[in-house]
Each structure stands twice: as structure tokens, then as C-alpha cells.
Design a protein around this ligand. Structure first.
Ligand code: ARG
Ligand code: ZN
Length: 879
């Protein structure tokens, strides 16, 4: 079945009130739903009531307290149709269903994780709990009564505020069961419903909102791990304050709870007042979490908290509008992290991620608009296009409007749409209204898939003292649209003078506003007058638009920008472009059977950047990080040979290391830690620079000592895991590497989240031998095909991040992966479909690999009883 945006119709029936009673039991949980149903028209119903279900077992059904006779309804596992309804605009529908949380391995709906009851309802999991109008535009006030065994589940949580709790009386006897009643006063869609029942430890804190509301904060984790939740709690409080200060948004309930579970399909979930998290995004201490983990926790805690306004108070009309809450909330969490850490470093990391994930999606068979118009399986649209590109689109709105009008637009959005299930049109309208601008061309960013490319050339005429910019935009066809319209692309820019400073520019004609060029036509020419000396063009500063930029620019000019551009993002970009050019050139040389060489000026520039103490260490670390194999592949485009890419990249690593060995060794020593561990951005930056240097210093064959000693002396997970990765990736098979891998495993055996790192590091060892390693690790006692984190770390990482092994020329990587995907699929279709997207760039490979990849995809597609999730991905990938 294909769902289409244009088919949207408001529901004939509303559910203003929902009362739920759960009798929690591992294999036989009874769910009683008492729904107040009201017709939208205010007239008696003139059609049947059709409710969504998914694998449901109906136990009983009544309307206004009267049991329905069998002739008046039909119930299947995925639908309840009631044909005979009262002749009234309002009535009460009572439904009893039975579910088995213990057997729910799809981790959607009500399931058990480490013995605890938990739920995941977005997007369509609520219908696996009871029959309902399971769509985001049906908002209801929920009252939830939970009953459970007091020993098995002393903790009973749901959305909103706790109303009542106590033992369940059964005559004079102690029933051994207890109950809790929760009430959430805010009407919400079913996807935001949540409950938790179990035995967990907790940490508590409180927060006073700007207007003086006392909020009780709780984070619930596995017993014994309470201390590891402290960083998440601090991040939560910082998020709450930041949203007040930057967006004027206050929290609105008396409690805010977060529960960490170890079996979770995604990162986390913003259920009203009861966020449920993958424990990977809650638990951290220096011994078990890396700096990247800390940053991830901060970002995800903030993201889910920010959803309280962008997602919960204002939700989505339908799932086509998913980016309305996700793109906007990612933008908000990006801004939060930028404010908490280094803005430039954060921006570079975002763009690296966007290019590594979203660009290949947007340029391959799975491309779709930020706001899709059709889907077969909505779970397959929780993509980096909807999230990350969706965030970039919001960022562009701010660039076009300026910070002030953007904030006024957001204020209007909150004021006008509080309590609504809104659309992208509603969102764009507030910005048009406050700014008086026409955003209709800009709106194409939501409607057209694909990464636009922009070509730029600059000419300087010394006699006329004029600079002319020629810009041209293009957008290739994608599966969603074969013909594209011209986009409105905001490009932040500067003309950099010989002294390294931006020159003040005077533009003749339209298209420039302050430091932003508005590219709206296919070709656009812009003249700047009164420029006596030839400047160097810096464009798409801050990555103001998510495009591919092709600029006619000499290596000398790029080196100049890499040293002097006042925009730190653009400075990093100039260096990265130089790397990319050197790497693609080396790739061709290697394919031609020769040995690549690299420009000494580039190698020197890298050394100068590493030594430049005016730049913070975290920034220098990013500047020293070469484009990944996937980035290089995208640059080459067609008939990719992953082995040659790896060889080219390694050659450049070695050349940089050889040219700068002494300096790198000195900086490596200078970056050594002093004082106690802190996860803050400054210390994390020093560690990251040090670890990047360790990788260079350990690149020459046999240079294993430094990394081995780093591994042994490490006092935190960042350094330990980095040293292990360097050993495994640079000195694979050495006795030191073998010993370190064994040590890591025995040290962290009881820590699944740490063992995930061990899986990841081994799954990304370059070369075809890793196919066997992964096959063996799938039999390791720490691996579990049922656990999404384990599957992603080992199988997912192998396919998504190991170009030379996954794309092994003999097809063995594809075969292993396809088998694993099918095995995961039988239990958890969502996770299987997600990791299967690793095939998306198969058409850009050289013919031999292409053929093998196609065979693997066809083998999956021919499997019997394929889930709609996996079928959707595989068929679109093959199309
Ligand atoms: N709304 C969640 C977030 O962005 C993601 C939940 C998606 N879950 C799913 N099964 N598709 O934080
Ligand atoms: Zn989200």
C-alpha cells in the first residue's frame, strides 16, 4: 500500500479522551481502553468507525457500557470496523485487547527490555497496544492506570503527572500487585503515549522554570548505573535553561522523567513528560564512554527535551510532515550544542555528517524530498534527509531572514499553532508574515529531492576595479521528481583581501543582501565595484546551503583561504577541498598502475595548521582528518574501486606523516592530559587532536609502539578506544594489536555498550579478511541478534563504514550482510530495513562489484514473507 500526501482527509471521528488500564504481565498483558468518541461534524455518525490495529487480539468490545454483538463489527489483527454506532455525536467505546510484551522482538508497541516493560509508539506502535485512530492529528487527553506485580515492577510511569498510587486490594488478601494512575492534561497524539514498568534505579533533581514552576526531574537506569546518569541530568538542566533563553520556551508539567533501556530501535523518544532513551544516550563515565558519547548524550537529551515544544505542543498533521518536528528540533539541538561547545567545530562536524549520510541518500535510489509525498512504510522515512537536511532548511530560513525575524517567526509559530497538528505550509507562513518575504521558491527545499550543485567563477578586472561572479545552479533528476525547478540558494560569502581580511563590498544590481548572495536563477552574474586588487572568493561560508560547490579556484587561492579565511568553516573547507583533489588524483594514479605523489606545499600546510596555536585543538583535529573513503568515492562518482580509494588515502596519510613526523610527535606530547578528567569541549578537543596525531604517527608499517603504550596507559575510554582503533586499523595482526583486543574484551565483558566499540573497531578493519572476523564475532557471547545496538555496531558498521570489506570484490561481504539482514528481519523489521540502506550506493561501483551487489539485493527481495519495511528499502534500492 502506498500512502499519498494528497489523500489527506481529516478524521470523521475524534477521541477527546482516552482512559487506559494496563494489567502488566510478560506474556498476557490486558489492555482496557475507554475511548470517548465524538464526531467531527457534531452530527450522529454517517459512516462506520474504522480503527487501526497491528497484530492485536481483541478480548471484548462495548459501546456506552453495552457489549457489542458479533454482527455489528469486524475485528482483524490490523483493523477494527464498527458498523453499528449509536445515533449520537458522542459515545464511549470500550475495548479490551491482549498483548505479549515478552514476545515482542520488533520493539514497537509494548515490549520488555531486560525484564522492564516499556513502549515505543512512534510512528505506528500504539496500534500494537489497542485499536485506535493511530494518526498524529487525533489528539486526546490520556489517563493511564498501570497495574503490575509489586516485586517485578515497583516502578510504574506514564505521561504527565502522577495522580494516585497504592496496592491493588483483593478482598482481605495482599494481591502482590500495585497500581499507579497518571494523567496528562495536554491533548496529544497516540504516538506520544508511553509507559514504563519495572525495577530501576534513579537519580533525581529539580529545575525551576523562568516563571517559577518547580519541575521534578528523574532519570531511571539499570540498578548500579545511577552515577553514570549524572552527565545526562546536567545536560537536561542546561537544555531546559537554554530553551527558555534562546527560544522563550518553558517546560509545562510538574515532572519530567527519562528512562534508559538497552533494547531500543532508535536513539530516543520524546513521549510527553516521559522520554524513553536508548541507554547509549544516557549512560556515561570516563571509563566507559568516549568524548563522542558525551557529545551524543548532550545532543540527544536536548533534542528530546526540545521536542516538548517542537513536536508535542505543536505536532504534525500527518507523517508527511515529519520534518516539521524533526528538522526543526535537530536545528534546535545543533544550535544548543554550538552554544555549549565550539560553534565552528560543531558546524564542521555537522557538515561532515551531512555529507557522509545525507548526500549519498539524496544522490541515490532512496532519495526523497525533505517532505515526502508518498511512502509505503513510514518507519523508513526517519532519514538523514528528513532530520539533517530538514535542519539545514531551517538554518537557511534563518540565514535568509536574519536572526531577529527568525525569532519573531518562531514566536508566532508557537503562539499561533500551540495545540495544533500543523504542516510545513503553516511553518513557512509565519516566516513570510513576520518578514514580508516571499518564500515560495525557497519552499522547494521541502519539496524537491537531490543535492543542488552550484558552479562559481570569479573574475577580477583591475582596470575597471571590478569583481564579477558567475553562478550557475543545477539539480539532477531523482526518483521523486524527474524535472526540477530552480531553487533559492542562500550563499554566505566574503571577498578576502591580500591581508586576509574581508574587503567591504558594494554590489551592483540585485541578488546580494549583506554577506548573502541569493541565487534564484539558473545563471546569475553579480558585480562588485571599487575593488582595486584581486581578492580571493570565499563562498558558502558556514555551509549556508547544503549544496555541492564547484569553484574554479587555484590551489594557491585555496591554500590562502586555508590559512586566512576569517570564516573557520570555510577555512576548513578549503583545506578539505585540497585533500579531496589530491586524493582523487592519487586514486587515478594508482588505478593507472603508478605511485602517487603529493604537493609539498600541501604537506607543509597541514603541518602549519597542526602547529597553529591560534586554532583550538578540536579544530586542528578536524583539519587533520582526511575525507573518509565514502567521501572520496562520492567525489569520484562512478565505477568505484574501493581498494584504490583506500590505497590513495593511506598514501596521503603516510606522506603527511613523513613530512611532519617531528612536529606531530611534539604536539602529541604537548596535548597530553594534565589534571583530572573532564568531558568538557576543551579537554575533549585536546584528546581528539592527540588521537588524530597518534593515527598519523602509527601509520608507517611497524610503528606500533606508541599506540600500544597509549593503549596501556589510557585512563579514559576516549584514549583507550582511539588507541585500540589505531592498532587494529594501522597495525592489524601485530602481537600488540592482538593483545590489546583481547585485553579490551576481558576488561569490558560485562559492559555491552563498551563491547559495541570493540565490535565496531573490528568491523571497520580494512580489507576482505574482516568478512570472516564479522562472521565469527556474530557468534561471540556478547553479540545478540535481538539487540539493535549490537546489530548496528557489528553488522551495520561493517556495511556502512567498511568500504573494502563490505565491497569485497568476490561478493563475500554482500553475502554475509544479506544473510544477517534476513536474520535480523525475522525479529525486527525496522532495524533490518535501516541497516539494509547500506546498499544504496551500489550503482556507483565498478561493474564486477555492482553485479555482486545486485545479486545480494535480489536474493533478499526473493525471500518469502519479507516485511513491508525491508521490501520497501530493497525494492527502491533496486529500482
Ligand atoms: N521521534 C524520535 C526522535 O527523533 C524518533 C523515533 C522514531 N522511531 C521510529 N520507530 N521510527 O527523537
Ligand atoms: Zn526527534
Amino acid at each position: 500500500q502506498v500512502f499519498k500526501l494528497e489523500d489527506y482527509k481529516p478524521s470523521e471521528f475524534l477521541i477527546p479522551e482516552t482512559k487506559l488500564t494496563f494489567n502488566l504481565h510478560p506474556t498476557k498483558t490486558l489492555v482496557q481502553a475507554e475511548l470517548t468518541i465524538r464526531t467531527r461534524s457534531g452530527q450522529p455518525p454517517n459512516a462506520a468507525l474504522v480503527l487501526d490495529g497491528d497484530e492485536l487480539v481483541l478480548r471484548s468490545l462495548a459501546i456506552n457500557g453495552k457489549v457489542l454483538d458479533a454482527a455489528s463489527y469486524t475485528a482483524t489483527p490490523d483493523r477494527l470496523t464498527i458498523n453499528e454506532l449509536p445515533q449520537a455525536d458522542t459515545f464511549t467505546l470500550s475495548i479490551e485487547t491482549e498483548v505479549a510484551p515478552e514476545h515482542n522482538k520488533a520493539l514497537s508497541g509494548l515490549y520488555r527490555s531486560s525484564g522492564n516493560y516499556t513502549t515505543q509508539c512512534e510512528a505506528e506502535g500504539f496500534r500494537r497496544i489497542t485499536y485506535f485512530l493511530d494518526r498524529p492529528d487525533v489528539l486526546s487527553v490520556y489517563t493511564v492506570r498501570l497495574e503490575a506485580d509489586s516485586k517485578e515492577a515497583p516502578l510504574l510511569l506514564s505521561n504527565g503527572n502522577l495522580v494516585e498510587r497504592g496496592p491493588v486490594e483483593s478482598g482481605a488478601l495482599d494481591s502482590g500487585r500495585h497500581f499507579a494512575v497518571w494523567h496528562d492534561p495536554f491533548p496529544k497524539p497516540s504516538y506520544l503515549f508511553a509507559l514504563v514498568g519495572g525495577d530501576l534505579g534513579s537519580i533525581k533533581d529539580s529545575f525551576t522554570t523562568a516563571s517559577g514552576r518547580e519541575v521534578e526531574l528523574g532519570i531511571y537506569v539499570e540498578h548500579g548505573k545511577e552515577e553514570r546518569a549524572a552527565y545526562a541530568m546536567a545536560a537536561l538542566k542546561r537544555s531546559m535553561r537554554w530553551d527558555e533563553e534562546v527560544f522563550g520556551r518553558e517546560y509545562d508539567l510538574d515532572v519530567f522523567n527519562i528512562v534508559a533501556v538497552s533494547d531500543f530501535n532508535m536513539g530516543a523518544m520524546e513521549n510527553k513528560g516521559l522520554n524513553i532513551f536508548n541507554d547509549k544516550y544516557v549512560l556515561a563515565d570516563e571509563a566507559t564512554a568516549s568524548d563522542a558519547d558525551y557529545a551524543g548524550i548532550e545532543a540527544v537529551i536536548a533534542h528530546e527535551y526540545f521536542h516538548n515544544w517542537t513536536g508535542n505542543r505543536i505536532t504534525c498533521r500527518d507523517w508527511f510532515q515529519l520534518c516539521l518536528k524533526e528538522g526543526l528540533t535537530v536545528f534546535r539541538d545543533h544550535e544548543f550544542s554550538a552554544d555549549q561547545r565550539s560553534r565552528a567545530v560543531k558546524r564542521i562536524a555537522e557538515v561532515r555528517g551531512l555529507r557522509a549520510q545525507q548526500f549519498p541518500e539524496d544522490q541515490g535510489p532512496l532519495a526523497h524530498p525533505v517532505r515526502p509525498r508518498r511512502y509505503r512504510e513510514i518507519n523508513n522515512f526517519y532519514t538523514s534527509t528528513v532530520y539533517e537536511k530538514g535542519s539545514e532548511v531551517v538554518r537557511m530560513i534563518r540565514t535568509i531572514l536574519g536572526a531577529e525575524d527568525f525569532r519573531r517567526g518562531m514566536d508566532l509559530y508557537f503562539e499561533r499553532h500551540d495545540g495544533d497538528a500543523a504542516t510545513i505550509e503553516d511553518f513557512l507562513r509565519v516566516f513570510e508574515e513576520v518578514s514580508g518575504r516571499d518564500l515560495s521558491q525557497f519552499a522547494l527545499w521541502y519539496h524537491q529531492a537531490g543535492t543542488p550543485s552550484v558552479q562559481v567563477a570569479m573574475r577580477h578586472d583591475a582596470d575597471k576595479r571590478e569583481v564579477t561572479l558567475h553562478l550557475e545552479q543545477a539539480l539532477a533528476p531523482t526518483p521523486s521528481e524527474s524535472r526540477k525547478r530552480l531553487m533559492h540558494i542562500p550563499l554566505q560569502f566574503g571577498l578576502v583581501g591580500q591581508d586576509g581580511r574581508d574587503i567591504a563590498v558594494k554590489a551592483a544590481g540585485e541578488g546580494v543582501e549583506g554577506d548573502v548572495i541569493h541565487l534564484r536563477k539558473r545563471h546569475q552574474t553579480i558585480r562588485f565595484t571599487d575593488v582595486p586588487e584581486r581578492p580571493v572568493l570565499s563562498i558558502n561560508r558556514g555551509f549556508s546551503a547544503p549544496i555541492m560547490l564547484a569553484m574554479e579556484q587555484t590551489a594557491e587561492d585555496r591554500m590562502f583561504l586555508a590559512r586566512h579565511d576569517s570564516d573557520l568553516f570555510a577555512r576548513w573547507q578549503a583545506l578539505t577541498t585540497l585533500y579531496t583533489q589530491a586524493l582523487t588524483q592519487a586514486y587515478r594514479t594508482i588505478r593507472g598502475g603508478s605511485t602517487p605523489e603529493f604537493a609539498p606545499a600541501l604537506l607543509a600546510l597541514v603541518g602549519d595548521t597542526a602547529r597553529n596555536e591560534a586554532l583550538e585543538p578540536a579544530y586542528r583535529a578536524l583539519a587533520l582528518s582526511l575525507p573518509g573513503e565514502g567521501d572520496i568515492a562520492r567525489e569520484i562518482g562512478q565505477t568505484i574501486d574501493p581498494d584504490a580509494i583506500l590505497a590513495a588515502r593511506n598514501a596521503l596519510v603516510l606522506a603527511i606523516a613523513a613530512a611532519n613526523a617531528d612536529d606531530f610527535a611534539k604536539i602529541y606530547e604537548a596535548m597530553a592530559a594534565s589534571g583530572p578528567f573532564s568531558p568538557d569541549a576543551a579537554d575533549a578537543g585536546r584528546r581528539s587532536l592527540r588521537n588524530v596525531l597518534l593515527d598519523y604517527l602509527s601509520a608507517p608499517a611497524g610503528d606500533v609502539k606508541r599506540a600500544a603504550s597509549r593503549y596501556e596507559s589510557a585512563t579514559n575510554m576516549t584514549d583507550r578506544a582511539a588507541a585500540l582503533a589505531v592498532l587494529a586499523h594501522r597495525q592489524s595482526g601485530s602481537p600488540e594489536t592482538v593483545a590489546a583486543l583481547a585485553d579490551f574484551e576481558s576488561r569490558f565483558r560485562p559492559e555491552p555498550l563498551v563491547i559495541d566499540k570493540w565490535f565496531q573497531i573490528q568491523a571497520t578493519v580494512p580489507g576482505t579478511a574482516t568478512v570472516n572476523t564479522v562472521r565469527e564475532l556474530m557468534r561471540h557471547s556478547g553479540f545478540s541478534i535481538d539487540n539493535p545496538n549490537r546489530v548496528r555496531s557489528l553488522v551495520g558498521t561493517f556495511a556502512a563504514a567498511n568500504q573494502t570489506a563490505f565491497h569485497a570484490a568476490d561478493g563475500s561481504g554482500y553475502k554475509l550482510f544479506a544473510d544477517a539482514v534476513l536474520e535480523v528481519e525475522r525479529r525486527n523489521p525496522q532495524v533490518a530495513a535501516r541497516i539494509a540502506t547500506a546498499f544504496r550506493s551500489w550503482r556507483s561501483l565498478e561493474p564486477g562489484r555492482q553485479d555482486k551487489a545486485r545479486q545480494a539485493l535480489v536474493a533478499i527481495s526473493q525471500h518469502r514473507d519479507l516485511s513491508s519495511d525491508l521490501r520497501d528499502i530493497v525494492e527502491r534500492t533496486l529500482a
